[in-house]
Design a protein around this ligand. Structure first.
Ligand code: AHM
Ligand code: MG
Length: 340
């Protein structure tokens, strides 16, 4: 692969890695690439909201302004539906999954997609990075039939591809098809993503921990023990640092590059955690494992969890392998259902 290949070239070159490939997955990633560019354009204009009008208001052209997370959802939904490349979509913004019907009422596509179209969207108002997260599976029900809940409630281990777009100081699309993780940076002048971060990997050890420490008193004892362990290590001269953007995609992205752990545990306030298994934790866990990292719910590998609901929440511990292993060991001193 030459150094500065574009995402389009990369997708074509990698298609041959999949035996018997029909190009369906390539077309799907291409559609995500297109939708990401459209959403990026709109996210970039968010700072002009005072001039163009806030969500719910009418702008000078007389158009109703949409909230950005609703807008992002519509763009991804429309792009994937118009191109007829998936047979079903589940989204954080939709109560139930959506069945995509083909032109003649029949849909022969084999993939379903789950997404969080704009994660961390409360950060938009203050000009902080947000992201799109996506997860792709092959359907398990017969081709041609309308998809059912069974197609969406698959273990994360069955993912065919997953990735995210981070709308940051640069916009990047990072994804895996199970053969490592690659990152592409958008050149906004020409609207092209270039391979900028080939074979991304979490450093085995890291010194960044990302957690909303304001919830400390509500955390399980194992998490409190880990934070105490970090403080003791700092006292001994180890360099740990706390970094928390409050935007999962951005926190994950930084930790993957620099080495670190992201933690969103259960708490007395959020007994099941906050993050969603199907379209936040599973895709991030797949990426993490493909990048030599680990992801657990504190006790169990995220990708082994059998989902029971579309919008299910799980605690999430994800990042550099040695950090995740340490916190898992500390968690194992307490039963999973312990009162704290
Ligand atoms: P959202 O899907 O409503 O945007 O919430 C998910 C976000 C994550 O991006 C972020 O890591 C987390 O919520 C922050 O939560 P908190 O403000 O409780 O620390
Ligand atoms: Mg979210």
């Amino acid at each position: 692969m030459k150094k500065h290949s574009t995402l389009g070239e990369f997708i074509i070159n990698n298609q041959k890695d999949f035996q018997g490939s029909t190009g369906e997955l390539s077309r799907l990633i291409n559609a995500i690439r297109l939708a990401a560019k459209v959403v990026n354009h709109e996210v970039n204009k968010a700072g002009l909201v005072d001039i163009l009008g806030a969500a719910g208001e009418t702008n000078i052209q007389g158009e109703e302004q949409q909230k950005l997370d609703v807008y992002a959802n519509d763009i991804f939904m429309q792009t994937l539906t118009n191109r007829q490349i998936v047979c079903g979509i589940a989204s954080e913004e939709e109560d139930d999954f959506v069945v995509i019907k083909g032109n003649n009422g029949k849909n022969d596509n084999k993939y379903i997609l789950l997404m969080d179209p704009l994660d961390g969207s409360s950060n938009v108002d203050v000009n902080v990075s947000v992201g799109t997260i996506f997860s792709i599976y092959e359907r398990v029900t017969p081709t041609g039939e309308p998809v059912t809940q069974d197609d969406f409630l698959q273990k994360g281990d069955k993912q065919v591809a997953a990735g995210y777009v981070v709308y940051g100081t640069s916009t990047m699309l990072v994804y895996t098809t199970g053969k490592g993780v690659n990152g592409f940076t958008l050149n906004p002048a020409i609207g092209t993503f270039y391979l900028s971060h080939p074979n991304m990997e979490f450093p085995k050890k890291g010194n960044i921990y990302s957690i909303n420490e304001a919830n400390y008193v509500h955390f399980p004892q194992g998490v409190k023990d880990y934070l105490k362990y970090i403080q003791n290590q700092v006292e001994k001269g180890h360099k740990y640092t706390s970094r928390y953007i409050g935007s999962l995609v951005s926190d994950f992205h930084r930790n993957m590059i620099k080495g670190g752990i992201y933690i969103y545990p259960t708490s007395t306030r959020a007994p099941k955690g906050k993050l969603r298994l199907l379209y936040e934790c599973n895709p991030m866990a797949f990426l993490a494992e493909q990048a030599n990292g680990l992801a657990t719910d504190g006790y169990q590998r995220i990708l082994d969890i059998q989902p029971t609901e579309l919008h299910q929440r799980v605690p999430f511990f994800c990042g550099s392998s040695s950090m995740v292993t340490t916190i898992k060991e500390l968690m194992s001193a307490y039963p999973e259902d312990a009162d704290y």
